[in-house]
Design a protein around this ligand. Structure first.
Ligand SMILES: Cc1ncc(COP(=O)(O)O)c(C=O)c1O
Length: 421
């Protein structure tokens, strides 16, 4: 049987406890999984806290958290207990019926966002949360006049890969294979308050932005751009949607990145860390924005699934119980200071940006991919988010020792890359 023979795969998957090698997994994935992702850079069988373990039992320091997702670390006991309990009780009913975990989560979100009148629509991921927000804004706009359906978004942004969110994503290379797109989004530079003000008009139903652009290279927006967005929305009856998919749930310091600014959006979208790795998205709206959707306007079969909502409730409870936002701020200072010291001493390290535990190490040359690989050779997982920026996003639960270990692996990696060019 060849590696691509399904019988070979079935036979292998029956060999419980006998972990497949990376090469074997790559061959099997190469045969039957679509090639939308680049070649995998590793394979893991288990996680615990900040560590991921490969098939040989080797521990890796996970300073990426599955792209800012597993913020409580891997296999957090509170999440495991909530998922296990709920999975053994009730997994799915559809939205024809009520289940308590989703209602409890909507209540908790209203409290931590700080909007007593907040209403939530539950989706499956970041893109579907943004898709809901865009539909909501279009309906809100069309109530004012029929062609108030345009969205203003920023260059360099990332909002997802569904057709509407792909179009909102300000990265033309990602559009190219799928053009023509619908053409309802106007993009402006991420750091130009005047351009943003000029782009918002009577046909604009929403401005959509990230307070810190994650995939766009860990770039924080200026307070001027945020205020310009709020003012322009107020002037033109448009909604301000803040995409907190990557920044939310304590990643940048507060529960949500907007809470460290003077600007209050009408809608926020969440996903990634909300359920510590289980698939969930949420579109949370306040005031009139929360009243826009009526029965039949929007729906999804798995939205508000009791198991993922139980996981998200455990995430929020845990963050509050162990005061994790405060602890994460201390770790952020230690990691930020350590990175700043590397800027002084190590080759290529040129600056530090980002907030909280979403940090970018700026490099003086396009060596981020090489540096990512050099870190992997030292069992440290980080990623090249731009050709000259390395992203670090460890769990909020990361220990001081783990921060120090990661910094020394990174220092070695910088020297290795520095001497290789
Ligand atoms: C800010 C932001 N919005 C939306 C998304 C899309 O989320 P998902 O991949 O869960 O659809 C991402 C993913 O990286 C993101 O960072």
């Amino acid at each position: 049987m060849s590696p691509s023979d399904p019988r070979a795969a079935d036979a292998r998957s029956r060999q419980a406890g006998d972990a497949a090698s990376l090469e074997e997994l790559q061959a099997r994935a190469g045969a039957h999984v679509m090639r939308s992702y680049g070649p995998a850079k590793g394979a893991f069988v288990r996680g615990q806290g900040t560590a991921l373990f490969d098939a040989s039992g080797r521990a890796w320091l996970d300073f990426l958290c599955g792209l800012a997702v597993t913020s409580l670390g891997h296999a957090h006991p509170a999440v495991t207990a909530a998922v296990t309990q709920q999975a053994g009780t009730l997994v799915h009913t559809s939205n024809l019926y009520l289940t308590e975990p989703a209602i409890e989560l909507a209540e908790k979100l209203a409290r931590i966002v700080g909007w007593p009148d907040a209403r939530t629509f539950f989706a499956q991921c970041g893109a579907t949360a943004n898709e809901a927000a865009i539909k909501l804004a279009r309906k809100h706009g069309k109530r004012q006049h029929e062609d108030k359906v345009r969205v203003v978004a920023l260059e360099g942004s990332f909002h997802g890969r569904t057709l509407a969110t792909l179009e909102a994503t300000g990265q033309p290379a990602k559009h190219a294979p799928f053009e023509p797109l619908a053409g309802f989004v106007d993009h402006v530079p991420h750091d130009d308050a005047d351009a943003l003000t000029a782009a918002v008009g009577d046909r604009t139903c929403a401005v959509l932005l990230e307070v810190v652009q994650g995939e766009g290279g860990v770039r924080a927006l200026s307070p001027e751009v945020l205020s310009a967005a709020r003012d322009a929305c107020d002037r033109h009856g448009a909604l301000l949607i803040v995409d907190e998919v990557q920044t939310g749930m304590g990643r940048t310091g507060p529960w949500f990145a907007f809470q460290d600014t003077d600007v209050v959006p009408d809608v926020i979208t969440l996903a990634k860390a909300l359920a510590n790795g289980l698939p969930i998205g949420a579109c949370v709206a306040r005031g009139a924005a929360g009243e826009v959707f009526e029965p039949g306007d929007h729906a999804t079969t798995f939205g508000g699934n009791p198991v993922v909502c139980a996981a998200a409730n455990a995430v929020i409870d845990t963050i509050e119980r162990v005061q994790l936002l405060q602890a994460a701020r201390a770790r952020s200072r230690r990691l930020g200071d350590g990175l700043a010291a590397l800027v002084e001493s190590a080759p290529h390290a040129a600056g530090v940006r980002g907030r909280g535990l979403l940090l970018g190490l700026e490099l003086d040359a396009p060596v981020a991919a090489e540096l990512e690989e050099a870190c992997r050779e030292r069992y440290l997982l980080v990623n090249a988010v731009a050709p000259d920026v390395l992203r670090l996003a460890p769990p909020l639960t990361v220990s001081r020792q783990e921060v120090d270990l990661a910094l020394s692996a990174l220092e070695e990696a910088l020297h290795a890359v520095g001497t290789s060019d």
